[in-house]
Design a protein around this ligand. Structure first.
Ligand code: CTP
Ligand code: MG
Length: 202
C-alpha cells in the first residue's frame, strides 16, 4: 500500500513578509523539515508544490496548490497526506498516527487536533456577544490524511476558498476523524513564529 504525500510550499507569505518555505530554521529551509517528517513517518511518494527543486508550480490559493499536487499523483493513488510546509515541527510520530488512522478505514479524512487553550468569545463591533463553550472545540493542524478519490471529489464540488482540506470533505458530507495533534506543531504565519519554532526545538 503506497502512501502518497503532498507538501504545499507555495503562497505569498503576506503575513510573514515574503514566501516562507525557504526561511531557515536551524539552517534548513522550512519545507525540508516537512519533507523529512513525512518521509520518516511513512509517506512513500512525495509531491512538493512550490518553488523548490523538483517541485510543481503552486496556485493562487492554498486549495489551488493542493489541486496542483493532486494532479501530479498517479491515477492509482489511494491514500494521501497533505501537509503545510509552514509547519516544520510536525513529528514523524504524528505522521504515523494520521496514516494509521486512515488505514484502519471507515473514514474519508483524518485531522490532527489540539484542544483550544484560550477562552473564546464571539464579538460584534468591539463588544462581546457571548463566550463560546470550548469543550468541544479543537484547533486543526496538518498533516491531514485523505482517501484520494474523496479529496478529488471534494475539490471538484465547490470553489470557495478553504483554510484546510478537511473542510472540503465536510462540505460534501464526508467523514472526518480526529487524531491527537501536537502543540509544538505550530504554523509559521508571522515573522516571530520562527523564533517560537526555535524555542520549541531547544
Ligand atoms: N500555500 C500554498 N499555496 C498558496 C497558499 C498557501 O502552497 N497559494 C501553502 C503555504 O506554503 C503554507 C500553507 O499553504 O505552507 C499554509 O498557508 P499560509 O500559512 O496561509 O501561507 P501563505 O498563504 O503563503 O501566507 P499568507 O496567508 O500570510 O499570505
Ligand atoms: Mg494563506
Amino acid at each position: 500500500m503506497t502512501i502518497h504525500g503532498i507538501l504545499v510550499a507555495a503562497g505569498r507569505g503576506e503575513r510573514f513578509g515574503g514566501p516562507k518555505h525557504a526561511a531557515l530554521l536551524r539552517g534548513r529551509p522550512l519545507w525540508e523539515w516537512g519533507r523529512e517528517a513525512l518521509r520518516r513517518g511513512g509517506v512513500d511518494e512525495l509531491v512538493v508544490v512550490g518553488d523548490v527543486p523538483g517541485g510543481v508550480p503552486g496556485g493562487a490559493r492554498r486549495r489551488d496548490s493542493v489541486w496542483a499536487g493532486l494532479a501530479a499523483l498517479p491515477a492509482s493513488a489511494c491514500h494521501v497526506l497533505i501537509h503545510d510546509a509552514a509547519r516544520p515541527l510536525a513529528s514523524a510520530d504524528l505522521v504515523r498516527r494520521v496514516i494509521d488512522r486512515l488505514l484502519v478505514g471507515g473514514v474519508d479524512a483524518v485531522v490532527p487536533v489540539v484542544p483550544v487553550r484560550d477562552t473564546l468569545k464571539r464579538v460584534e463591533d468591539g463588544w462581546v456577544v457571548r463566550t463560546v463553550d470550548r469543550r468541544d472545540l479543537v484547533a486543526a493542524q496538518t498533516p491531514q490524511g485523505f482517501k484520494v478519490e474523496v479529496l478529488r471529489a471534494a475539490h471538484r464540488t465547490g470553489d470557495d476558498d478553504a483554510g484546510d482540506d478537511a473542510v472540503m470533505v465536510e462540505w460534501i458530507g464526508g467523514s472526518v476523524a480526529c487524531v491527537e495533534g501536537e502543540v509544538a506543531n505550530l504554523k509559521v504565519t508571522y515573522p516571530g513564529d520562527l523564533a517560537l519554532a526555535e524555542a520549541w526545538l531547544s
